[in-house]
Ligand binder design. Structure first.
Ligand SMILES: NC(=O)c1ccc[n+]([C@@H]2O[C@H](COP(=O)([O-])OP(=O)(O)OC[C@H]3O[C@@H](n4cnc5c(N)ncnc54)[C@H](OP(=O)(O)O)[C@@H]3O)[C@@H](O)[C@H]2O)c1
Length: 246
């Protein structure tokens, strides 16, 4: 696929550059400061465009010029505290707007991967309750989720990846692989949920740390999925991930 990656200078974005390229995708990245990629190992085989991910016209024009089939948004970073603010909501608005315009031009919905966080995943057995309803951090991901749900189903071929804490890989790719699940974190235990009031907090706090994953594995998850095109099982889904033994 020809992929437009937003945010190729970030932690996840720079892994995506390597992995998308390694898996045979043609990669164009929109970055604010191209000089940050001068020493990236894949610099010679990717195309770098200067732009602002908050501007729908920048995204649309670059995707149009390079005839990109898919967009991956790794630009922006959700604010941590409940009252914090970042550029992520403006970036998501711009990506949605650009994808809608490109889809209308081509008469087919644009394939787009968004990034969310584990907080927007559902807790099994608790109807309509997300993890962030109890631990209200990185709430801008919930705003992204709401915007995606409000889109007509045929407008954008979106998926949203919802990892827990991500960190650089330390050799685990030899031992572990990433398992994905729609709607809830894979293998989420329902322990403590029957305890009134405190149960959901105990449920979350007792297992959330086991959902840390590496930037490299998440990049691989997206790159592998893009090979499936419209046959992806994650179309119009929020997707939780967990490292499991190979
Ligand atoms: N890191 C985690 O543990 C974690 C866990 C769950 C979910 N997430 C989510 O995953 C996503 C990626 O996280 P990350 O850790 O890779 O973030 P990051 O390292 O902070 O990277 C953010 C990227 O966004 C770019 N950016 C920001 N505003 C931009 C703009 N207006 N135009 C173009 N590029 C812009 C930055 O470019 P510059 O280099 O120019 O600043 C940088 O490349 C975020 O949505 C984050 O909330 C992260």
């Amino acid at each position: 696929m020809r992929v437009l990656l937003l945010g190729g200078t970030g932690n996840l974005g720079s892994c995506l550059l390597t992995t998308l390229n390694g898996r045979g995708h043609t990669v164009v990245t929109l970055v604010r400061n191209p000089s940050k990629l001068t020493s990236h190992p894949q610099r010679h085989s990717i195309q770098v465009e200067e732009g602002d991910a908050k501007k729908a016209a920048d995204i649309r024009d670059i995707a149009r010029r390079h005839q990109c089939d898919a967009i991956v948004n790794a630009a922006g970073h959700a604010a941590m505290a409940p009252w914090g603010k970042s550029d992520l909501p403006a970036i998501v608005d711009a990506v949605i707007q650009a994808a809608l315009e490109l889809g209308q031009e081509r008469h087919t919905p644009m394939r787009v991967w968004f990034l969310g966080g584990q907080g927007i995943l559902d807790i099994p057995t608790l109807p309509n309750k997300m993890i962030a309803d109890y631990i209200p951090m990185f709430l801008e991901h919930a705003t992204t989720w709401k915007k995606l749900q409000e889109l007509p189903p045929s407008a954008i071929a979106w998926s949203i990846l919802c990892p827990g804490l991500m960190r650089p890989a330390v050799g685990e790719s030899l031992v572990y692989k990433l398992s994905g699940e729609s709607t809830s974190p894979p293998g989420w235990s329902t322990k403590f949920l029957r305890i009134p009031v405190l149960g959901p907090y105990m449920n979350i706090m007792s297992q959330i740390s086991s959902y840390a994953t590496s930037f490299e594995m998440n990049a691989d998850f997206i790159a592998t999925d893009l090979e499936k095109g419209r046959d992806s099982e994650w179309l119009l889904h929020k997707v939780g991930v967990k490292q499991i033994r190979k």
